[in-house]
Design a protein around this ligand. Structure first.
Ligand code: XMP
Length: 325
C-alpha cells in the first residue's frame, strides 16, 4: 500500500542516485506542487538545489515577501528572488485582449527564466512538478535518443507556453510524476510544508493581471491588491478560507457614480468572486453569508481609494468561467 513516508524515502533515494553531486534548478511559484517539490529536493540534495522565484508583480499583497521569507529564513532552502516587476508591467502595457495578455506574460516568463538560469547556472537538471495527469499527455517533453532520459524542451509553468532554446535543454527531475493532486498535498504535509501552502486556493499563473479586465497598470494593480487583501482578511477572520475553492476580487475598467459624505464619486467597481468547486472544471457561486459580504463591501469602499462600489458575481461555471479573463 502507498504511504507518504515510503514515497518520500524512496524519492529521496532516487533523487540522490540520479543527481549525485550535480546542481538542480527549480522554478518556484508558491503553489503546492512546486513547493512540495522544493521541500522534497531540499531533503534529498540540500544546497545543490536552487529555487528561482520570479516576481512578475502580479501576486497578492505581501505574498512574494512571505514566500521568500518562509523558504529562505525558516526552511533554509536556496531561493533566488528575481524582481521582474517592471519588465512584466512593460510587457502587458496597453494590452486589452485576455489571450494576448497571457501570451505576453508567458513569453516574458521564459525570457526572464532563460536569462536568470544562465546567470545563476550552470545547472544540470531542471526539477518540474509534473503530476500523473500531466505525464499522460506529456507533449512538452522529449526523450533524448542517446540516453533515453526525459529532457525538457518546454518549461512547465502555469503559463503553458514557451519553448526552451537548445542550449537550455535540461535533464528533468520529476519526482511527483506518479502522483495525483491530493497525494501531492499529503506528501507536502508529511515533509513539513506549512498548511497555508498545502491548502492554498488555486491562483492563476498570470495572477492579478487577468483579474484586472483590459489594460493593466500600476494604479489598478495597487487598487486590486488592496481590495483582494481585504477579501482574504475577512474570509480568514470568518474562519471560512477552506469553505471556498476560490475567493477573490476582480477590478472592472469602468467607472460608476457614487456618493461619499457630501461628495460625488466616480470610481471603479470591484467584483467579488466566491465559488465552490471540486476540480475547477465546474463551479458554483457560493451562497456566502450576507454579513460577510457586507463587511467586505464596506471595508473595500471605505478603505480602498479608487473604488466606490462592490458587486457579487452570481454566475456558476458553466456558463461563466471562474476567472473573468
Ligand atoms: P476558469 O477561469 O477557466 O479557471 O474557470 C479554472 C481554474 O483554473 C485557474 N486558471 C489558471 N491557472 N494559469 C493557471 O495556472 C492560468 O492561466 C489560469 N487561468 C485560470 C483558475 O484560477 C481556476 O482555478
Amino acid at each position: 500500500t502507498w504511504t507518504t513516508d515510503a514515497f518520500v524515502e524512496e524519492s529521496v533515494r532516487e533523487i540522490r542516485g540520479r543527481v549525485g553531486t550535480k546542481r538542480v534548478l527549480l522554478a518556484l511559484s508558491g503553489g503546492v506542487d512546486s513547493s512540495t517539490l522544493a521541500f522534497l529536493l531540499h531533503r534529498a540534495i540540500g544546497d545543490q538545489l536552487t529555487c528561482m522565484f520570479i516576481d512578475q508583480g502580479f501576486m497578492r499583497k505581501l505574498e512574494p515577501e512571505r514566500l521568500v521569507k518562509l523558504f529562505h529564513e525558516q526552511f533554509h532552502i536556496n531561493v533566488e528572488y528575481v524582481n521582474a516587476r517592471d519588465r512584466f508591467l512593460a510587457a502587458v502595457a496597453g494590452v486589452d485582449d485576455p489571450e494576448e495578455k497571457r501570451k505576453r506574460i508567458g513569453h516574458e516568463f521564459i525570457r526572464v527564466f532563460e536569462a536568470e538560469s544562465k546567470r545563476l547556472g550552470p545547472f544540470d537538471y531542471l526539477a518540474q512538478g509534473t503530476l500523473y495527469p500531466d505525464v499522460i499527455e506529456s507533449a512538452d517533453t522529449n526523450v533524448d535518443p542517446q540516453t533515453g532520459e526525459r529532457v525538457a524542451v518546454k518549461i512547465k509553468s502555469h503559463h503553458n507556453v514557451g519553448g526552451l532554446p537548445k542550449d537550455l535543454r535540461f535533464k528533468l527531475v520529476e519526482p511527483l510524476r506518479k502522483l495525483f493532486k491530493d497525494e501531492v498535498r499529503k506528501v507536502g504535509r508529511s515533509i513539513g510544508l506549512p498548511e497555508e501552502i498545502v491548502n492554498r486556493q488555486p491562483f492563476p499563473g498570470p495572477g492579478l493581471a487577468i483579474r484586472i479586465l483590459g489594460a493593466v497598470d500600476e494604479e489598478k494593480l495597487d487598487i486590486l491588491r488592496d481590495a483582494d487583501f481585504i477579501v482574504r482578511q475577512e474570509i480568514n477572520r470568518a474562519g471560512m478560507y477552506n469553505d471556498f475553492w476560490q475567493a477573490f476580487a476582480v477590478l472592472l475598467p469602468v467607472r460608476s457614480v457614487g456618493v461619499m459624505g457630501d461628495q460625488r464619486t466616480y470610481a471603479y467597481p470591484i467584483v467579488l468572486r466566491l465559488v465552490s468547486s471540486e476540480d475547477g472544471m465546474t463551479a458554483d457561486w457560493s451562497r456566502a453569508p450576507y454579513d460577510l459580504l457586507e463587511t467586505i463591501s464596506n471595508r473595500i469602499v471605505n478603505e480602498v481609494k479608487g473604488v466606490n462600489r462592490v458587486v457579487y458575481d452570481i454566475t456558476s461555471k458553466p456558463p461563466g468561467t471562474i476567472e473573468w479573463e
